[in-house]
Design a protein around this ligand. Structure first.
Ligand code: NAD
Ligand code: TDX
Length: 339
């Protein structure tokens, strides 16, 4: 079995590659990644010498390059993680989100169709459903919830999902889609809430909470997401969407306070800054379908997962310090100074 994994030098894609190489030692995993600011070859160094692993630096929008790789590798499955993934960046510069997330997905679908695959899996997000009000804790996103996006990021992901379903209906391409809630864990890029707060805490820098910090996210340990995708690939029904989430809703402010507490830092570091434009209030996944059909349940509690994650950032300072010392500093200054 040969599996092409796009975006495998990023956060979830790399964790998925580690998971798959361990779980299916007879599979060949080919990682295709453009190595944008979010992709790090150093993340994959532990698997670079694995004979069942190959890394190819390639843009999913490069049609000729993608076709040549499919011709050569003849993949059985494709898992498309590659995307521009940060909501704040999509508010600053939407264009690249449309290019990679929509056009790039179109190229991957064409390649999957042209060369024939047993499964094309699209890694989508709960953000395609928009948000839920804080005063209705009884409401959850199901697979039937209408698409109702807020940001250029979520709109581009929704566009990709619609294209994937069109290739199923029109061409019979064997597709599946997963829509997961917020992930956290090792190799999470430090622009995102949890790793940003850990890094700033460790450097005694202000902790920039958008608005009052009352927005709610439904956090899932990254390995539980990887397990869900593996299950969907092997047992999921073609043409179906599966929501993935672990009923772990938390307010941003509570997460930041917890990180301060775990690292023995003062909550005085917390600084409330101007809110994100169009900021979604609450995400909450109903995972009944994947539980009933595929038996998936999250295995790592938030209590354990956040401890493991903080420990990982403490033990892997080189990984994130290298990132935040480079070009990232310009991004940080642009987004956070005078905010
Ligand atoms: P990430 O930003 O950490 O990694 C993205 C990877 O894609 C990087 O390695 C980058 O180099 C690569 N990439 C970007 N553009 C590319 C292109 N044009 N061609 C080839 N490679 C390209 O993202 P992540 O957090 O790991 O998210 C992975 C996927 O999961 C995304 O599709 C995202 O929408 C989805 N998702 C993320 C979360 C989350 O909480 N992080 C939750 C649900 C869904
Ligand atoms: O500095 C910050 N301060 C802050 O208060 C940052 C970076 C974020 N926040 C808030 C905004 C959100 O309410 O924290 C919450 C989480 O923010 P992000 O980490 O940027 O994640 P989110 O916007 O929820 O999107 C994430 O989950 C869904 C991923 O980045 C997406 O790729 C995924 O699809």
């Amino acid at each position: 079995m040969t599996v092409i994994v796009t975006g495998g030098a990023g956060f979830i894609g790399s964790n998925f590659i580690f998971y798959m190489l361990k779980k299916h030692p007879d599979y060949r995993i080919v990682c295709l990644d453009k190595l944008t600011y979010a992709g790090n070859l150093s993340t994959l160094k532990s698997v670079m010498d694995n004979p069942n692993f190959r890394f190819v630096k390639l843009d999913i929008c490069d049609r000729a390059g993608v076709y040549a790789l499919f011709e050569e590798e003849k993949p059985d499955m494709v898992v498309n993680f590659a995307a521009e993934s940060h909501v704040d960046r999509s508010i600053e510069d939407p264009g690249v989100f449309l290019q990679t997330n929509v056009i790039g997905t179109g190229v991957m679908l064409d390649a999957a169709r042209k060369y024939g695959v047993k499964r094309y899996h699209q890694v989508s997000t709960d953000e395609v459903y928009g948000d839920l009000p804080l005063d209705r804790p009884d409401l959850f996103f199901t697979e039937e919830t209408p698409i109702h996006t807020s940001s250029p990021y979520s709109s581009s992901k929704a566009g990709a999902d619609l294209l994937v379903m069109a290739y199923y209906r029109t061409f019979g391409l064997p597709v599946t889609i997963s829509r997961c809630s917020n992930n956290y864990g090792p190799y999470h890029f430090p622009e995102k809430l949890i790793p940003l707060m850990i890094a700033n805490c460790l450097n005694d820098k202000p902790l920039p909470v958008y608005g009052e910090g009352l927005n709610v996210r439904d956090w899932l340990y990254v390995e539980d997401h990887c397990k869900a995708i593996d299950l969907i690939l092997h047992k999921g029904r073609v043409g179906e969407v599966y929501n993935v989430g672990g009923h772990n809703e938390m307010k941003n402010i509570d997460i930041v306070k917890l990180i301060c507490h775990e690292l023995g830092k003062s909550e005085d570091l917390i600084t409330h800054v101007t809110d994100r434009k169009g900021h979604d209030m609450r995400y909450a996944i109903d995972p009944t379908k994947i539980h009933n059909e595929l038996g998936w349940l999250p295995e790592t509690t938030f209590k354990d997962g956040i401890k493991k994650t903080i420990k990982w950032y403490l033990e892997n300072r080189d990984w994130w310090e290298e990132i935040i010392s480079g070009e990232y500093q310009n991004y940080y200054d642009k987004m956070y100074s005078n905010r």
